[in-house]
Write a protein that binds this ligand. Structure first.
Ligand code: SF4
Length: 324
């Protein structure tokens, strides 16, 4: 007999999963502790929106924005790419490509010229991860995606990092071949992992322009559902969202055990875009639009905001000056 879940079925499974997740995670896992932290910041942020935040809580919120800055998800990242090569997804907004151009004078790549430029860093693949005194949460890969050509190396390093005592956020614009392999080979370590699928829009034209080598919407949702069905923690990154994110959120929420992150595009000045395509994003990151999203999505317990969204509506980070 075959058995498939409809939308209501997923809602029930999700409720049960999140109940047990929260119960079991909050004590010892780093991912669980981070969950408590994200919930706290979200609560303070909505108090700030409502103008009901206390002075003490506002200091905590602004200090967190200042201190964490681009480390909102995890304090550390690791990767297995040779530093002087690029991630072959070649997303047109990629901060990492811009940064390598700025710091290493690496050329901004031609998007037709793809896979050859990615080289695995053997030293990083072979690195021994000794048992850590203090466990850490890592984003892996912090500067590249995951591809069939390097999936075996990726899995072997992921295993070493986790077996050294740490936990992983696996962040990817996923393809189904890699997702199936990942889920199968890391099954015994799944309580140390969260899979974060980046799904920036459901609009084919936008995806084909901005993320020309990444899988399209349908495949990414299929990957998310697959990871969810295999019992992994799942989240979605919509950073940057490339169109109204509400429809995507409605489609994917049932396969998300933890977060749907909304974030703005970080426009790096080195990168040039087609004017007509860029105009399609017009208004999406304006203060008024962002504030409407934040208010509309307030009752969705899975939606969280990157600091870029908080800044877009006027919240600023501030360093805490400790009194002597
Ligand atoms: S997948 Fe990530 S690292 Fe790779 S090109 Fe796109 S934005 Fe850059």
């Amino acid at each position: 007999m075959s058995f498939t879940l409809d939308e209501d079925g997923y809602a029930i499974v999700n409720f049960v999963k999140s109940f047990f997740n929260l119960k079991s995670e909050s004590k010892d896992s780093l991912i669980g502790k981070k969950n408590v932290y994200h919930l706290r910041i979200k609560k303070l942020f909505y108090r700030w929106i409502d103008k009901s935040i206390s002075e003490e809580d506002l200091i905590e919120l602004r200090e967190t924005l200042y201190r964490d800055n681009n480390k909102q998800w995890a304090p550390l990242g690791t990767n297995i790419i040779q530093h002087k090569t690029n991630c072959p997804q070649l997303c047109r907004y990629c901060y990492n490509i811009a940064w390598k151009h700025r710091s290493e004078k690496l050329e901004i790549p031609d998007i037709e010229d793809t896979r050859e430029m990615f080289c695995t860093d053997e030293k990083r693949v072979e690195k021994v991860w000794t048992t850590r005194k203090k466990a850490n949460l890592y984003i892996f890969g912090s500067t590249h995606d995951i591809f069939p050509e390097m999936i075996d190396d990726y899995i072997s390093v992921a295993r070493k990092v986790i077996e050294s005592g740490s936990e992983l956020l696996i962040v990817t614009k996923p393809n189904i071949v890699c997702m199936k392999k990942l889920c199968k080979e890391l099954k015994d370590l799944k309580d140390k992992i969260m899979i974060v699928c980046t799904i920036t829009s459901n609009d084919k034209d936008l995806l084909e322009y901005w993320e020309p080598h990444a899988p399209l919407y349908k495949e990414r949702v299929e990957c998310l559902k697959y990871a969810y069905d295999q019992g992994y923690r799942t989240s979605v990154s919509m950073e940057p969202y490339l169109s109204d994110p509400r429809k995507v959120i409605k489609d994917i929420c049932r396969y998300v055990t933890h977060y749907v992150w909304l974030g703005k595009m970080n426009h790096c000045k080195e990168l040039e875009f087609d004017e007509e395509q860029y105009e399609k994003l017009d208004g999406l990151y304006d203060e008024e639009y962002v504030m409407d999203l934040i208010k509309d999505l307030r009752d969705n317990e899975k939606v969280f905001f990157k600091y870029s969204m908080m800044r877009a509506v006027g919240l600023t980070g501030k360093r805490l000056v400790k009194s002597k």
